[in-house]
Design a protein around this ligand. Structure first.
Ligand code: PMP
Ligand code: GLN
Length: 389
């Protein structure tokens, strides 16, 4: 029977495509962003303890109180904003579901939503399913390997119209590792001051920032926090991407609408994981030590790539690193990534996949993304293979 697609231009995500290609060709998978090592055994024990202690039925719809408590304290300590755990914090099925619920809650048919490219792949489908119109603004690519991509705020200001309902930001940024500074916040503040634009700030890599300033959350400025859905995920922070536990902090009126969507998308999130994460995250060292843990891996990959024909870029945050392959090939990013996976046994992600039109020359900078959330031996094995490329 004929079915008119609601998402005609959307296929299978690049992460799934590249992971399958890696498996089919026995390639080392530095593509999709997930650790190839286990979480802390203490955390795993806490999950089974929670199950043994009877936490096996539907938990409270917005998430269990101890977890919302821990998040409220953490955000207040780190970013100086006190969210109300009862009315402003919701536990979601990963950041992905928080993103979908937030977008569905605010975007009406015909509303415009500004998306910064390169952009994480779940934003546009959520906008489209809500009947919204994505408006793309590209970041400025770096001129050399010592710089990261950056936002030109004049371009954001120019993209705003009377129909703009939401601006989506994602810093620390996947795939480029770019972070925002206080002057970016000043520019943003000025641009949206007299508008009714909401913000969605995807901060899933908040605890993986290598810069001395640490992470700047949109929740840290009152003028921004009052209009922002701040979204994060335990997947990145506790090496548990498969558990799919995330959260959204937002002012009460915005949270009320988000929860209306949330309760009919998933209603709630698995109870034992929530209890375990609440217990575990009380100990701040579980996230405070992450930059040191990942800095070592980043340096290992960066220094290893310097000995190959790839040119690695600075990586101020996240567990992704970009590298230029212009000395190796003239292929576009998608074709190069497939060739590298099939011929040299290392899977990567083309940065062009984070653009609306991956085939457009403007989406191709001869850059690929490597994930370094991997055991040292995995990184060393991949570097060995890359040394002959
Ligand atoms: N946002 C960004 C920028 C991501 O990189 C990811 C995935 N890794 C997500 C959201 C989704 O997070 P989750 O797995 O918690 O749904
Ligand atoms: N966020 C992960 C990445 O960027 C992938 C998540 C997914 O596969 N949905 O690689």
């Amino acid at each position: 029977m004929h079915l008119t697609s609601k998402l005609p231009e959307i296929g299978t995500t690049i992460f799934t495509v590249m992971s399958k290609m890696a498996a089919d060709h026995q390639a080392i998978n530095l593509g999709q962003g997930f650790p190839d090592f286990d979480p802390d055994p203490k955390l795993i024990n806490m999950v089974s303890e929670a199950m043994k202690n009877g936490h096996n039925q539907y938990p409270f719809m917005p998430g269990i109180e101890p977890l919302r408590d821990v998040i409220a304290d953490k955000v207040n300590t780190l970013y100086g904003h006190q969210y109300n755990k009862d009315t402003e914090i919701t536990i979601t099925s990963g950041a992905t579901q928080a993103i979908m619920a937030a977008i569905m809650a605010v975007v009406h048919a015909g509303d415009e939503v500004i998306v910064v490219e390169p952009s994480y792949d779940s934003y546009v489908p959520a906008i489209r399913l809500s009947g919204g119109i994505p408006v793309f603004v590209q970041m400025i690519p770096p001129e050399n390997q010592d710089q990261a991509f950056r936002i030109d705020w004049n371009m954001i200001a120019d993209a705003i119209t009377e129909k703009t309902k939401l601006l989506i930001l994602n810093f620390p940024h996947n795939p480029t590792g770019a972070v925002l500074t206080a002057s970016d916040f000043d520019a943003l503040e000025e641009i949206i001051e007299n508008t009714n634009i909401f913000l969605l700030s995807d901060e899933v890599y908040e605890h993986i920032v290598f810069e001395p300033q640490g992470h700047l959350s949109l929740s840290s400025r009152e003028s921004l926090a009052k209009r922002t859905f701040v979204i994060s995920s335990f997947g990145k922070t506790t090496h548990t991407t498969g558990w799919k536990v995330g959260y959204c902090c937002a002012p009460a009126n915005m949270t009320t609408e988000l929860r209306k969507v949330h309760q009919f998308m998933v209603f709630t999130v698995p109870s034992p994981f929530q209890h375990a994460l609440a217990h575990y995250t009380k100990d701040a060292s579980t996230y405070e030590n992450l930059p040191d843990f990942y800095r070592e891996k980043r340096n290992r990959l960066y220094e290893g790539l310097l000995k190959t024909r790839f040119k690695p870029y600075v990586c101020p945050s996240t567990f992704f690193l970009l590298a230029d392959y212009s000395e190796i090939s003239d292929l576009n990013e998608a074709k190069f990534s497939q060739w590298l996976t099939k011929t040299h046994g290392v899977a990567v992600i083309p940065v062009s996949a984070f653009y609306k039109d991956p085939d457009d020359p403007l989406s191709n900078h001869q850059l690929v993304r490597f994930c370094f959330a991997k055991k040292n031996e995995t990184l060393d094995m991949a570097l060995e293979r890359l040394s002959s490329v």
